[in-house]
Design a protein around this ligand. Sequence first.
Ligand SMILES: Cc1ncc(COP(=O)(O)O)c(C=O)c1O
Length: 393
Amino acid sequence: MRDNMTKSALSHKAERFTESVIREMTRLAQIHGAVNLAQGFPDFEAPKEIKEAACQAIMADINQYAITWGSKSFRNAIAAKAGQHMGLEVDPEREITVTCGSTEAMIATLLAVVNPGDEVIIFEPFYENYGPDTILSGAIPRFVPLRPPDWTFDLEELERAFTSRTRAIIINTPNNPTGKVFSRQELQDIADLCRKWDVLAITDEIYEHIVYDGHVHTPIVTLDGMRDRTITINALSKTYSVTGWRVGFVIASPQLTQGIRKVHDFLTVGAPAPLQEAGARALAMPRGYYTELAAGYQRKRDLLLHALRAAGFDCSTPYGAYYIMAGFGALSPLNDTDFTRYLVKDIGIAVVPGSSFFHEPERGSGYVRFCFCKKDSTLQSASERLQRIHLNQ
Ligand SMILES: Cc1ncc(COP(=O)(O)O)c(C=O)c1O
């Protein structure tokens, strides 16, 4: 017989957030046999040379714990790539922590640098995880809106969000879900405020190589005075199409890295050892790999964007990452959750309701998010299904 517990089963923190809507949509897609344009993972093959490097590492018996903050070869590769691509000199011994994806990188960072009650500025809409991350770390989020169609922020509004209680600002560029690529001037404005208020910039740059139409990704760490107050988060997940490997990393000053490494060690001990060896191979890919990656995604973006606009969605063009925030006001009076349910059940496409990216759900109720990191045939099939929306109205 089971005994009922009298005390509350869950902690106050765990009670304050819900299951991930994005991951739930992937499960719903499977149940309804829908095309999954919800969760941002590729349905095509990962690069062959990287997979081979992973197999070789396993066969060479690199199967035990790596050094908790990352294998030497992988950290060296991260430092070398930061030098080549960002012009940044990074000490692999003291400034890099390898984590289980950028997901762990973000929570380990927040737990290491934020005290309960500290304020953290977050641009909204934001990648879903940042909400629970602030709750788990005890941070108080201060949201600053990015407004369509360009998803720009108002500088005065941002200035008002900074106070003596602000510990950090979270930046995600190129941005999920909006596709915004923060301009150099916008990042300069953010950097100026960080310096003025002695605030850390925590920047999630997991889509750094996925930029379109000549847009350029600027790492905020390279701006004047930002080297020691920036924590740069990245991962193999999106750049090398290996979201299931769970390998990410954090670049930060030695002082900050010390704290991040301690938290990381007790959260996970370490990231998968053989996949770090394969990661070293991945980071050594020639420049052409990144150009092709972006060009391939730009084509996919155009394919889906065209289909969405033809079906009556209102979308601004994303200049980076692989998502489209699509307004559906002209198509349906439903709210985002009901419209998402309709799309997955009746149309056969899984998407993410816009409210998942806002702290006040109503703000996202007119949007759904589509991802386009899929085979052309998957996008084609989604495009055909999108045409049925009119037939159903
Ligand atoms: C902005 C952003 N950060 C982090 C992640 C998760 O990255 P990882 O798989 O490396 O944990 C995602 C995944 O969609 C993302 O869009």
